[in-house]
Design a binder for this molecule. Structure first.
Ligand SMILES: *Cc1c(COP(=O)(O)O)cnc(C)c1O
Length: 385
């Protein structure tokens, strides 16, 4: 192996064998991808080459994670992105053009809506927010140039659920593409393609990676949109770091087990909160008191650890600060889905009529700590109000 003598630090002959078989796949980093001979480069020029040609051509670690997600979702094509928001942005760009109009449910991820308002607008793509609990009444918002509907169900702050099959049935008739941000439910608790959705998005940053140390997102599309989306992704020359793909793939293996615990603890705490005198509503889709509980029961197979609650009266910022800063186990932070329990609180502002407008919503991400400890933490904090 005369190549061996020219390689720094390589102790095995190139291409003959890998030095060890590990359970997790090797991590591929690279900009340059080497060809075996000039014949292959000729094939590239003729668009006949089927191998990987460049770092942005989806190296094997990335492809392996994409394939795992594609299989879990039951889609035709999955592509990975450097964040969930990048996944949303690219999906919107892939399926719209100047002069188009899109509908976005009003509880969709804020930065995604901001992208519609400020970036798509620059390209003369118009956007209308529709109520967060929209169903068949979406028809009244559809214009002749409406090409896409972006849904998020349940929404990740106020947890309204849209009637997805009613919306996709109407959209299908009018040739409108439906996109669902399914991050809350993960690929385990909702099957978007079975509900008629065309494009399924996940922020991998949350439960899929699971440890609050990865930013990534995926877009999975059905057969009819596979070619368009794969071609657009290629045009964008997106690079997702191999480490993120590796950690995401690793996270998938424990996701079902983690989620069972998140689900159980969150339900225990949500049910307890319903019995707390100063608590008004507990916004958890799996509780019978949730306004769209029947839709959750019909379309979802589980619930994750993220939910919220409101108070019977509005407290001052000082009072809320006393409650929130007294907590020992709940930390303050936005990106949920990890083992650490988190809290955020904000007054809800919506573009469309909302049952929560103007109310303070406290959102909890229930982590993997002992559930009784979490409950006690909240109990002592709420006692201060
Ligand atoms: C966090 C989140 C996103 C964005 O994901 P990032 O990876 O943080 O960019 C998109 N949608 C939902 C529902 C989210 O919770």
């Amino acid at each position: 192996m005369k190549q061996e003598t020219r390689m720094f630090g390589k102790i095995w002959p190139e291409r003959d064998r890998t030095p060890a078989t590990t359970i997790n796949p090797p991590l591929y980093r690279g900009s340059t991808v080497l060809f075996d001979g000039y014949q292959q480069m000729i094939q590239v020029n003729r668009h006949e080459y089927e191998g990987i040609t460049y770092g942005t051509d989806r190296l094997p670690t990335q492809r392996q994670f994409e394939e795992a997600m594609r299989e879990l979702e039951g889609g035709a094509v999955t592509r990975v992105f450097q964040s969930g928001i990048a996944a949303i942005q690219t999906a919107l760009l892939a399926f719209t053009r100047s002069g188009d109009h899109i509908l976005v449910c009003d509880n969709a991820y804020g930065p995604g809506q901001r992208f519609c308002r400020k970036v798509l607008k620059k390209f003369d793509i118009d956007y209308t927010p529709v109520p967060a609990d929209v169903g068949a009444d979406i028809a009244q918002y559809i214009r002749p140039n409406t090409v896409l509907i972006l849904l998020e169900s349940p929404g990740s702050i106020t947890f309204e659920i849209q009637d997805i099959p009613a919306i996709t049935a109407i959209a299908r008739q009018k040739n409108i593409i439906t996109v669902l941000d399914a991050t809350w439910a993960t690929p385990l608790y909702v099957k978007p393609f079975e509900l008629g959705i065309d494009v399924s998005i996940h922020s991998v940053t949350k439960y899929i990676s699971g440890y609050s140390d990865v930013l990534a997102g995926t877009v999975t599309v059905n057969e009819r949109n596979a070619e368009t989306f794969a071609a657009f992704y290629k045009l964008m020359e997106i690079y997702t770091p191999a480490e993120e793909c590796y950690l995401a793939l690793r996270g998938l293996h424990s996701m079902a087990t983690r989620l069972r615990q998140h689900q159980q603890s969150a339900l225990t705490i949500a049910r307890w909160l319903e019995s707390v005198a100063i608590v008004d509503q507990v916004l958890h889709p799996a509780l019978p008191s949730h306004p769209e509980h029947h839709l959750w029961q019909r379309d979802f197979t589980g619930s994750s650890g993220l939910f919220a609650f409101t108070f019977k009266k509005e407290y001052t910022d000082e009072q809320l600060t006393a409650f929130i800063d007294s907590l020992r186990l709940f930390r303050l932070g936005y990106s949920w889905g990890g083992y650490q329990s988190l809290l955020t609180a904000a007054r809800i502002v919506r573009a469309t009529p909302s049952r929560y407008a103007g109310k303070t919503v406290v959102r909890l991400s229930i982590g993997l700590e002992d559930c009784e400890d979490l409950r006690h933490d909240l109990e002592q904090g709420l006692a201060l109000l």
